[in-house]
Write a new protein. Structure first.
Length: 104
């Protein structure tokens, strides 16, 4: 099940990788970005969200999932310069337990 969730996140990562690469339209976009430590502190202080999962997008960016026991979650992308941008957030995050006999 956890592996299935990871594959689901990978399906989200592919379109996100376009965001992580600079392109001409990037200068016209309004993003919610700040230093990673600022965003991590904000998520912890305001929502009680902690780092739950992480995945490498490419050599220049990492996808991070923060979730709280209350079920709120946030996806951020962090670049090699330590700048993080909010991508998505929502409710009802649930971590699936590993099933016996299934490697995760």
């Amino acid at each position: 099940m956890v592996r299935g969730m990871i594959y689901g996140l990978l399906a989200v990562i592919l379109p996100i990788s376009l965001i992580a690469h600079p392109h001409p339209a990037a200068s016209q976009m309004v993003r919610s970005c700040a230093g990673r430590s600022e965003i991590v502190n904000f998520l912890d202080r305001n929502f009680g969200e902690k780092l739950t999962a992480v995945g490498l997008i490419n050599q220049n960016a990492v996808l991070e999932v923060y979730a709280a026991e209350s079920g709120t979650w946030t996806l951020i992308v962090t670049d090699v310069h330590g700048i993080s941008c909010f991508l998505l957030s929502g409710d009802s995050w649930d971590t699936m337990p590993a099933l016996p006999g299934i490697a995760t």
